[in-house]
Ligand binder design. Structure first.
Ligand SMILES: Cc1cc2nc3c(=O)[nH]c(=O)nc-3n(C[C@H](O)[C@H](O)[C@H](O)COP(=O)(O)O)c2cc1C
Length: 444
């Protein structure tokens, strides 16, 4: 099955089905000798894990991550890192009654249309459980970004039609819906639970803010930073819309309102006064916060009776009685952070390559110039040595002059110390120069 991988330099491949033995991820492109924290991965997995509150599914997976490869004594080896999470709390029996029915809003019909076979238990590969691998990889990406001063924070901006009016990052993990506004969070909870009572589900909006991204990340055409973010985020199951900055509101604005005016801040940095662009211009980051938003649909698995057909096309009624989230926004939050972190980490590596190429060629040019100067100086020295040689010949003096060589060597070694050059290297070099000078003087 194609399409299981994401990224160019920082590349991940996820594997596994919801009710199979395990889900996981293979990460390629992590530099060697990086500190690797299994605890940090576990922390992120715990945020995505089901069974955290009454608005998320009670499926009680412990989601313990196992590191299969790529790590030795707490450090990355530079080889592929394989992270595995065993599936333990599957209740596959719950799916027996609906195994031949197409769940409205779920992927059974399309998977069967494409492959002619599907693991109906828990949605198989289309399950939200697949995102555990993404979150594990996202934790590794987040660590890479943190070392560069880049942070990714997502939260539920809206759920069940209730919007967070306040954005206070410190509130996000304090409430079950992961809203940055405690007052709105309470209203969201109440409405979600009321809808759950009716055997139904609700959707919402998850927003992510990426801080500390330097200006210059991204590519100009097909791999625009917002295009890669949109692809990565829209690959999360149940997402129905993507926005960056002003998003769809831009359609109703005038150019004079939407343009973010530039100014130079007190540190001399070029900034924009507003951020309708959402931190990206022409596919490349402009140094402002990157702000993206996704629309999350109401999960399709609901106990309420719905009309459908079975695999033979016969009319049927379906009630999904398994363990499902009435609102998946709080569980989508860590997945959005992870996918965003993966894209930024990949583009950071792509940019390093561009920067490295520039700086290496620039340094090499400087080395070439220095070498030319050394040759010119040696040529000048040779001319002076010849002149002295002619004088020695005229005065019938010996070519070898050990006392002068000793004096030169002494003063060279003094200069070497202040120039932080290896005295042994200079001794060797000047022994060669003295020998060469003597041979030049014998030929004049
Ligand atoms: C973290 C997470 C948890 C999810 N949990 C459920 C769930 O409990 N019930 C459900 O019907 N869908 C759930 N989904 C969504 C389905 O996986 C998704 O709707 C389905 O695969 C169809 O794909 P689509 O909605 O992208 O078209 C979840 C998605 C994510 C990301």
């Amino acid at each position: 099955m194609a399409g299981n991988s994401l990224g160019t330099f920082f590349r991940i491949t996820t594997f596994g089905e919801s009710h199979g033995m395990a889900v996981g991820v293979l990460i390629d492109g992590v530099k060697p000798n990086m500190k690797f924290s299994t605890e940090a991965i576990q922390k992120e997995l715990d945020r995505r894990r089901p069974g955290q509150s009454s608005v998320t599914t009670p499926r009680n997976e412990t989601d313990r991550v196992q590191v299969l490869s790529g790590v030795f004594e707490g450090k990355t080896l530079g080889t592929p890192i394989c992270l595995l999470i065993y599936n333990k709390d599957q209740n596959s029996k719950a799916y027996d009654t609906i195994k031949d029915l197409f769940r409205p809003g779920h992927a059974a019909f399309t998977y069967l249309s494409k492959y002619g076979i599907q693991d109906y238990r828990g949605g198989g590969r289309s399950s939200g459980r697949e995102t555990a691998g993404r979150v594990a990889a996202g934790a590794v990406a987040k660590a890479i970004l943190a070392a560069k001063g880049i942070s990714v924070t997502a939260y539920t901006k809206e759920a069940a039609g209730i919007r967070a009016e306040k954005i206070d990052f410190s509130e996000i993990e304090k409430n079950p819906v992961r809203a940055p506004d405690p007052v709105a969070a309470k209203k969201m909870m109440k409405k979600i639970l009321a809808v759950k009572e009716q055997g139904d589900s609700v959707g919402g909006v998850v927003e992510a803010v990426i801080r500390g991204v330097p200006a210059g990340l991204g590519e100009p055409v097909f791999d625009k930073l917002e295009a890669d973010l949109a692809k990565a985020l829209m690959s999360i199951p149940a997402l129905k819309g993507f926005e960056i900055g002003s998003g769809f509101a831009a359609a109703k604005m005038k150019g004079s309102e939407h343009n973010d005016e530039f100014f130079k801040d007190k540190n001399g940095k070029v900034r924009t006064r507003t951020n309708f662009a959402g931190g990206i211009l022409g596919g490349i980051s402009n140094g402002e916060d990157i702000v993206v938003r996704v629309a999350v649909k109401p999960p399709s698995s609901i106990p309420k009776a719905q009309q459908t057909v079975d695999t033979k096309g016969r009319k049927r009624t379906i009630k999904v009685e398994g363990r499902h989230d009435p609102c998946i926004c709080p569980r989508v939050v860590p997945v959005v952070e992870s996918m965003t972190a993966l894209v930024i980490a990949d583009h950071l590596m792509r940019q390093m390559l561009v920067d490295t190429k520039k700086s290496v060629s620039r340094v090499r040019e400087e080395i070439d110039l220095t070498d030319q100067m050394i040759i010119l100086l040696l040529s000048h020295r040779q001319e002076l040595v010849r002149e002295v040689g002619r004088w020695k010949k005229e005065h019938r003096l010996a070519i070898a002059d050990p006392r002068r060589e000793q004096r030169i060597m002494k003063s060279i070694l003094q200069i070497a110390e202040s120039a932080q050059l290896d005295p042994m290297f200079l001794k060797e070099l000047y022994r060669t120069i003295f020998a060469y000078s003597r041979s030049v003087q014998t030929t004049v």
